[in-house]
Ligand binder design. Structure first.
Ligand code: DGT
Ligand code: MG
Ligand code: MG
Length: 333
């Protein structure tokens, strides 16, 4: 068929293709959630409903996009890691970012009523700006949750691990600060400015001490989800003691699975500087089925230390591919 005379405008479309054989991370972040969290009266500093909703939306993304091998979330943000060799959308940046952001947002909005149930029983669920002031638990069009998104590529697994560690350290620092700040305000009777002044120049140990001596709060007993953020991934086999994250100081307990070290850049270069050969159609189909069957879980674990990754080598070290026999050996300790 002959092209129309307008066809040439296609030439203006500029696709940016992300570098091959690198880790692509798409991070979404709530737009104006400071205001939105006030509007919907989120509990301060952490609203379990809001965080559970973020986790549910992220789980939906991991289930819907097979090439996302790991996700980490805190506050109003979530980072989605694509398999190193993903060929999704030929690695086109715009397609990847917009698909992740819209899949996440759609799920967040759809699942909102489950996490913020109305009392008394629900008015119509449609989003309607003209319906007058909605109960705080209902979305209204003037405060719809929306998310921005960006993609960043990391060339080595060590870089990716450092990125994820950076987000988890941020979670820890912010949560300790926010917990102390809001305890001073809500239980200590300080004004917000007063609490801010009070916390100026303090370090972590000061805040821990303040929480404990003045309010009897042991920060380490705060929920893991608040202190560590949330991880979403496919679990092929778990052990009872895997998920309670007792922060094994005994690193040897994790040794049998993989003699890492994932953080050795030279090792990294040696093992994965050549992209893995493409899978055959049959292999792809097998992999797709295994992934579809895998359980997508939400866990609140330390991802800075090696232990988490050693226990789940399929997430990063094998390029997101499920273990060949769909399970890994149970770690004995
Ligand atoms: P942005 O991202 O530049 O559009 O601006 P914001 O307002 O989204 O700011 P951001 O992303 O730096 O910080 C996240 C905000 O969301 C922060 O003000 C606290 C709020 N937020 C997130 N989760 C919770 C929660 O569980 N409870 C409460 N009260 N606030 C939360
Ligand atoms: Mg935000
Ligand atoms: Mg944020």
């Amino acid at each position: 068929m002959a092209n129309s005379k307008y066809e040439y405008v296609r030439l203006f479309e500029q696709d940016q293709t992300l570098l091959p054989n690198t880790w692509i991370v798409v991070r979404v972040d709530g737009r104006g959630f400071h205001k939105l969290s006030n509007h919907y009266e989120f509990a301060k500093p952490n609203d379990r409903r809001a965080l559970d909703l973020m986790n549910a939306a992220a789980s939906h993304v991991v289930r819907s996009i097979a090439d996302v091998c790991f996700a980490y979330g805190v506050s109003d943000e979530y980072s989605f890691v694509f398999e190193r060799n993903t060929q999704m959308f030929e690695r086109r940046r715009d397609k990847l970012v917009s698909t992740v952001v819209s899949t996440f947002t759609a799920a967040y909005v759809l699942l909102w009523p489950q996490h913020f149930p109305s009392t008394p029983p629900s008015p119509p669920t449609s989003v309607n700006a003209d319906a007058g002031p909605a109960p705080a638990s209902h979305l209204d069009a003037s405060h719809l949750p929306t998310f921005d998104g960006r993609a960043v590529v990391y060339p080595t697994t060590a870089n990716l691990r450092d990125y994820l560690s950076w987000r988890q350290v941020d979670c820890h620092i912010n949560n300790l600060y926010n917990t102390t700040f809001w305890t001073l305000v809500l239980r200590g009777g300080l004004s917000q400015t007063g609490a801010e002044e009070h916390l100026k120049g303090t370090v972590s140990s000061d805040k821990n001490e303040m929480l404990f001596s003045r309010f009897g709060i042991n920060y380490n007993n705060e929920p893991d989800m608040y202190r560590k953020g949330s991880c979403v991934f496919r679990e092929y086999e778990t052990t009872a003691h895997d998920d309670d994250d007792k922060e094994r100081s005994n690193a040897a307990a994790a040794a049998p699975l993989m003699s890492q070290p994932a953080r050795d850049d030279n090792e990294e270069t040696r093992s994965s500087d050549v992209p893995e050969p493409p899978l055959s159609k049959t292999q792809q189909e097998k992999q797709r089925k295994a992934k579809a069957k895998a359980q997508v879980v939400v866990r609140h674990l330390d991802i800075i230390k090696d232990d988490f990754w050693n226990r789940r080598p399929w997430i990063l070290l094998s390029g997101g591919r499920p273990p060949p026999n769909k399970s890994v050996s149970v770690i004995q300790s």
